[in-house]
Design a protein around this ligand. Structure first.
Ligand code: HEM
Length: 412
């Protein structure tokens, strides 16, 4: 659509008109300069059935209050404390690997990031608990995918297994999370995010109600693991296909980290690893679509977009636009050296969105992805199974359609 119709493309999706915006200036207009004229798109609103009124789905005054309250929890210095737990989870995963094993890296990375968010959110001793929450959530999100259709309203009123499954998963989730909340109340002072959410106070000194803590915990759990898992999965695929890039990464890791465990203090020195991840997020942005609903009539690129319309911004499309990225399909981490980067418009690259709704977990995600990448690549070289087909499955996140079976080869 972008190639044929340019920077503003209108199309029908069921009963609605939607607009795909393909220019960084228009994207900036929606996400930043005119953000107050928009709210989140309908598809995301559907996830409220599971996520309630958490940061990802709430709007207006509630969103602003929660964002202010939670921002300090995601500050770079604060989350740095979770670095060693991330590396421990990675070491635990690798202990199961044997030289020459064929493993599905999408599954492995999902298991790993689930373990990390479980540790960080619910504390180490609750890893079993976390995966229980994880499976209920994944299940619920799977059934929610069905509602990302124009007819979801009607579908929901029918006694189909989908909505019943969503309700059952929600009940399972609620039971677990409220039990964890009660345990945290009884033993305050923990460093896990759930304890910090319980302790957070707004400007009037008020804590969040339990239901809000539940919604925020679920939101972090969901938003915080699948995105990072797919980022790493695509990164392994790209490294396997570009041995020259992989070699440079290995050289950097050998020079900075060697064979000891990587720590957060190493991160500023791992500059090539940064560019590898940035470039992987360009070609395979996990959040490949960002939707908004116009609250009022808005002028966009010379067109009048009426109130109620859905506008769609796609990191996938914009990140692959030859106007902003020379030979856009080429995997080239050197695009991210200062000079090359300086000439590009701000919103030609927006894997974490922008404006007031910009990803609150960006620093967390980048720190996690880098530590997990470093701790694995220092010991292993990953090779694509020759029979592996590679394609995308664009769901809420950009998943690998056929998984990502790879052979793990010990580097030393
Ligand atoms: C590579 C990993 C990640 C990517 C690509 C990513 C991407 C995004 C994007 C694009 C948005 C904005 C959506 C919109 O404007 O409609 C967002 C929002 C959000 N993300 Fe992330 N995310 C990642 C990791 C994380 C992590 C690790 C966490 C939590 C630990 C997290 C928590 C959130 C939350 C709570 C929001 C909603 C923020 C708000 O509306 O105020 N994300 N993310």
């Amino acid at each position: 659509m972008a190639a044929e119709h340019g920077d503003v493309a209108r199309f029908r999706w069921g009963p609605r008109h939607e607009y795909l915006l393909n220019h960084p200036d228009l994207i900036e207009q929606v996400l930043v300069t005119q953000q107050r004229s928009f709210m989140k798109g309908q598809a995301l609103q559907e996830t409220k059935r599971i996520l309630g009124e958490g940061l990802l789905t709430s709007e207006g005054a509630l969103h602003l209050r929660q964002r202010r309250l939670m921002q300090p929890l995601f500050h770079r210095r604060r989350i740095g404390e979770y670095g060693s737990e991330m590396v421990e989870c990675s070491t635990g995963l690798q202990a199961r690997w044997r030289d020459g094993d064929i493993r599905d890296m999408h599954e492995e990375m999902t298991r790993l990031t689930l373990a990390v968010v479980g540790r960080v959110l619910f504390a180490a001793d609750l890893e079993g608990e976390a995966s229980e929450v994880g499976s209920a959530l994944t299940d619920a999100m799977e059934s929610l995918q069905r509602f990302m259709l124009p007819f979801y309203g009607a579908l929901e009123r029918l006694p189909l297994p989908g909505p019943r499954r969503v309700r059952a998963s929600r009940r399972r989730l609620d039971l677990t999370i409220y039990r964890l909340l009660a345990e945290r109340r009884a033993n305050p002072g923990g460093a896990d995010l759930l304890s910090l959410l319980l302790e957070a106070r707004d400007e009037q000194g008020e804590p969040m109600p339990d239901e809000q803590v539940r919604d925020e915990a679920m939101t972090i759990f969901l938003a915080g693991h699948e995105t990072t898992a797919v980022t790493l999965t695509w990164t392994w695929m790209l490294l396997a296909r570009h041995p020259e890039v992989e070699k440079r990464l290995h050289n950097e890791l050998d020079a900075v980290v060697g064979t000891r465990l990587p720590t957060v203090d190493d991160l500023p020195k791992l500059t090539y690893a940064d560019t590898v991840l940035q470039e992987a997020l360009r070609l395979y942005p996990p959040a490949w679509l960002i939707g908004r609903r116009a609250l009022v009539d808005v002028e966009l690129g010379g067109y009048l977009v009426p109130a109620g319309s859905i506008v769609i911004l796609s990191p996938w499309v914009t990140h692959r636009d030859a106007r902003f990225f020379h030979e856009p399909l080429r995997f080239d981490p050197d695009r991210w050296t200062g000079q090359a980067e300086a000439g590009r418009p701000r919103f030609s690259y927006f894997p974490f969105g922008g404006g007031i709704r910009r990803c609150i977990g960006e620093s967390f995600a980048l720190m996690e992805a880098k530590l997990l990448l470093a701790s694995i690549a220092q010991h292993w070289r990953l090779r694509l199974d020759p029979a592996q087909r590679v394609d995308v499955l664009p769901r809420i996140t950009l998943r690998p359609r056929y998984g990502m079976r790879m052979r793990v080869e010990a580097r030393r």
